[in-house]
Design a protein around this ligand. Structure first.
Ligand code: ADP
Ligand code: MG
Ligand code: MG
Length: 251
């Protein structure tokens, strides 16, 4: 359902090419992990999928259920069923997290031709999802991301994802700042939301996340290209041997 074909992308400002021909297909129901050394282009790949303006696609395509998302702006991509976990990392002091989630959900419903949810209906849905995910809904009364711990930010992201029910969830777990609790929140959330109709792309520098989210496939990104793919054993091999050896073997 998500197909990336020969994707080349550069930094719009200075023309530096970062992605140099990425090929990747994630069928419905599968969880794929991308690993790779620092600077290999992992975050750039997720930003390009999200439609961040900083990057320019010079070649290739990205299709979601056969539709070319490169022609869509970021919110159209979200409405088409893509969820990027870093989509809303901003702090919004005056706005309760609950209000924010309701706005996001109603925007998506509107794009699908559905009616907005009333406050009581929305509250009911939130309570159901929170219970399924084992998340306390108390946090949702607080202003969005303001003073949230790493774990609370992650709970909020997972809650957004559960409400928006995307076709494809993309999580870029950046190299720093995820303690073991936050990591467990992400893993439990992804595992709870895994299913036959949904795919996931989990981007991570470290193998330890994949102890908790067992991926169907693992891909190694290096120099803006996927240089090796395998099953979950590849993540363990990376942990044991390090990126340098695996990348040299693949070359
Ligand atoms: P990763 O997430 O794998 O660590 P990134 O995608 O963040 O890698 O970065 C890949 C390379 O592109 C790095 O060398 C980084 O410095 C560079 N890069 C990415 N985005 C920008 C940008 N907006 N401006 C300048 N350099 C960038
Ligand atoms: Mg990095
Ligand atoms: Mg990164």
């Amino acid at each position: 359902m998500l197909q990336i074909k020969n994707l080349h992308a550069r930094i719009a400002d200075d023309g530096t090419e970062i992605l140099r021909g990425v090929d990747l297909s994630i069928p419905k129901g599968e969880v794929h992990a991308i690993m790779g050394p620092n600077g290999s282009g992992k975050s750039t790949l997720s930003y390009v999928i999200a439609g961040k303006e900083e990057y320019e696609v010079t070649e290739g395509e990205i299709l979601l259920d056969g539709e070319n998302i490169l022609e869509m702006d970021p919110h159209e991509r979200a409405n088409a069923g893509l969820f990027l976990a870093f989509q809303y990392p901003i702090e919004i002091p005056g706005v309760a997290t609950m209000t924010f989630l309701r706005t996001a959900l109603n925007a998506k419903r509107k794009a699908e031709g559905l009616e907005e949810l009333s406050t009581p209906d929305f509250m009911r849905v939130v309570k159901e999802k929170a219970a399924e995910l084992n998340i306390s809904s108390d946090m949702l009364k607080r202003p969005l991301n303001v003073g949230f711990s790493g774990g609370e930010k992650k709970r909020n992201e997972i809650m957004q994802m559960a409400l928006l029910e995307p076709k494809m969830g993309i999580l870029d777990e950046t190299d720093s700042g995820l303690d073991i609790d936050a990591l467990k929140v992400v893993a439990d959330g992804v595992n709870a939301l895994r299913g036959a109709d949904r795919g996931f792309l989990v981007i991570t520098h470290y193998q330890r996340l994949l102890d908790h989210i067992v991926p169907d496939y693992v891909h190694v990104l290096s120099g803006g290209k996927i240089v090796k793919s395998g099953d979950k054993e590849l993540a363990l091999e990376l942990e044991a041997k390090g990126y340098a050896d695996i990348i040299a073997d693949a070359a």
